[in-house]
Design a protein around this ligand. Structure first.
Ligand SMILES: Nc1ncnc2c1ncn2[C@@H]1O[C@H](COP(=O)(O)OP(=O)(O)O)[C@@H](O)[C@H]1O
Ligand SMILES: [Mg+2]
Length: 240
C-alpha cells in the first residue's frame, strides 16, 4: 500500500515510542442465540515502551479480553491495535502468528507449562520457530533460568516445582524471544501473598532491566505498587 493512502501511517509514526496503543477498541462477543456481550468499549490505552501498567477490575470486567486483543490472540470488533509501532488491526492469521512469536510474551494465572517437559525445555519450545536455535537458544534459556533463581531447577519437571517456581518458569518462557510487551494475566492469583510479592518483584526487575513494557492484570491492590501506573476497568470501560 502507498503510505500516503494509509490512514494508520501518521498514527504509527506518532506512536512508535509506545509499546501498545489501543485506539477506541471495542469487543463484542456474539453468542449462539444472537445475544451479544460487550466485553470492551471505547478502550483507549497507551503503554510506554518501558512502562508497567496494572490493570485492575472485577471478574468479568474485560481484563482478559483486553490482554488477548493486545497480544494478537483475539481481534477487536472495531478500533485499532498498535503494538511496538506496528498496526496489527488488519493482520491475517499468519501475520498474527509471527507477531505473537516475535513481539509479545504471555504469562497466565493457571500455570500452563508443558507437564512432560523440563523447566529448560519449556523455555526452549517457545524458540522452535523463534529467533535462536540450538546452542544459542539453550544458552539464553539457561541464562534466564539463572536470573530467575532456577539455575538448579532446569532439569526438573513442572510437577517437581512449587507454584512460585512454576510461575517463574512461565516468566522465563515469556521473555525468551525478547518481546516488546509482556501480558501478565493475574500472574499471582494462585500464589499466597508473600510468594505473589516475590513474583512481582521478579517481574518488575526483569521488565526494568530489559526496558520491556508490561500489563499486569490483578485483583489485588497490593500488586499495583510494583507497577508504574494503575488503570481500572469496569464493565468493559477503562478509567485511568
Ligand atoms: N469467548 C467468549 N464468549 C462470550 N463471552 C465472553 C467470552 N469471553 C469473555 N466473555 C465475556 O466477556 C466479559 C469479559 O470477560 P473477560 O475479558 O474474561 O473478563 P475478566 O478477565 O476481567 O474476568 C464477561 O462478561 C465474559 O463473560
Ligand atoms: Mg480474566
Amino acid at each position: 500500500m502507498n503510505t500516503a493512502d494509509d490512514p494508520t501511517q501518521n498514527h504509527q509514526t506518532a506512536t512508535a515510542e509506545q509499546a501498545l496503543v489501543l485506539d477506541d477498541v471495542r469487543k463484542v462477543y456474539r453468542m449462539g442465540d444472537g445475544h451479544e456481550v460487550v466485553a470492551l468499549d471505547r478502550a483507549r490505552l497507551s503503554v510506554g515502551s518501558d512502562e508497567i501498567v496494572a490493570l485492575v477490575g472485577p471478574s468479568g470486567s474485560g481484563k482478559t479480553t483486553l490482554c488477548s486483543i493486545a497480544g494478537g490472540i483475539l481481534s477487536a470488533t472495531s478500533g485499532r491495535v498498535i503494538v511496538g509501532g506496528r498496526d496489527i488491526t488488519d493482520y491475517s492469521e499468519r501475520q498474527l502468528t509471527a507477531f505473537r512469536q516475535d513481539m509479545v510474551g504471555f504469562v497466565f494465572q493457571s500455570v500452563n507449562l508443558v507437564p512432560f517437559l523440563t523447566a529448560r525445555e519449556n523455555l526452549l519450545v517457545v524458540d522452535e520457530m523463534g529467533k535462536r536455535t540450538g546452542a544459542a537458544a539453550r544458552r539464553r534459556a539457561d541464562q534466564l533460568l539463572d536470573e530467575l533463581g532456577l539455575g538448579d531447577r532446569a532439569r526438573n519437571l513442572p510437577s517437581q516445582l512449587s507454584g512460585g517456581q512454576r510461575q517463574r518458569v512461565a516468566i522465563g518462557r515469556a521473555l525468551m524471544n525478547e518481546p516488546e510487551l509482556v501480558l501478565f494475566d493475574e500472574p499471582t492469583s494462585a500464589l499466597d501473598t508473600q510468594l505473589g510479592e516475590q513474583v512481582m518483584e521478579i517481574i518488575r526487575t526483569e521488565m526494568k532491566s530489559r526496558q520491556t513494557a508490561a500489563i499486569v492484570v490483578t485483583h489485588d491492590e497490593r500488586i499495583t505498587q510494583y507497577c508504574d501506573r494503575t488503570v481500572h476497568i469496569t464493565d468493559g470501560v477503562l478509567e485511568a
